[in-house]
Design a protein around this ligand. Sequence first.
Ligand code: GPP
Ligand code: MG
Length: 280
Amino acid sequence: MTTTAVSPLRTDFERSVADYWNTNRVDPVNLRLGEVDGLYHHHYGVGEPDWSVLDGPGQGVIAELHRLESAQADLLLDHLGPVQPGDAVLDGGSGRGGTSIMANARFGCRVDGVSISEYQVDFANEQAARRGVADQVRFHFRNMLASGFGDGSRRAIWTNETTMYVDLFDLYAEFARMLRFGGRYVCITGCANDVTGRRAKSVSRINEHYTCDIHPRSEYFKALAANGLVPINVVDLTAATIPYWELRAKSEVATGIEEAFLTAYREGSFHYLLIAADRV
Ligand code: GPP
Ligand code: MG
């Protein structure tokens, strides 16, 4: 594990977030899916499920949920652009490492992941070592708001469902500093609908469940524009993620948060969005 001399946890809020991820270790919805092929994700899924898995043993449902989550990470990577083996990229809020390991497998690039959960950093480094890619994929106990990588050092940066933990203006200032000119930023996130979603109960429930603070959609575009990040693609993935939640609600690893997501997406108070932007 790589640590910085000064703790990356700067506020009580950050300490409570780190505490959530450090202590929430027995999470079958993430561990059992990860055990399918050793890619451990902390994000949701997209695409049409094979509903026939519901007629078979529970393991079939687990494998199908995992396939949809890996499809989500693949979709994110599709938007990163032509990353080359010599490039360095950054995973902001890298969790147990799934997206980072997939990025290295696809592009052969150097990947750094940062997380404020020491447990997650250790877990993810173990996965990289197990796969024999620890020299190319490294996870660090650092705060993505001040991760310390060099100016212009990154060909691409992504956040896979992690931006609801931070101030977007601070985050994109830091990302803009590290991205080289023409570098790509890709975000997948859940965000509140400015039109109808700011005070939706279902969104509040999600915030409470994960100790996060979901931003309105508008905040993303304001913060990107303020930091020289120009959107090239915006994809509303809401319809593509609803079936994942429907399948998850029927699975043996449902956590109880499924109905809140389904309600929020169906009532339109909440969107699942992919945003790709270029550093200019
Ligand atoms: C967690 O994924 C993801 C978040 C905490 C971000 C919140 C996402 C939104 C779109 C609002 P996870 O895989 O750890 O969650 P779970 O344990 O429920 O599968
Ligand atoms: Mg999960």
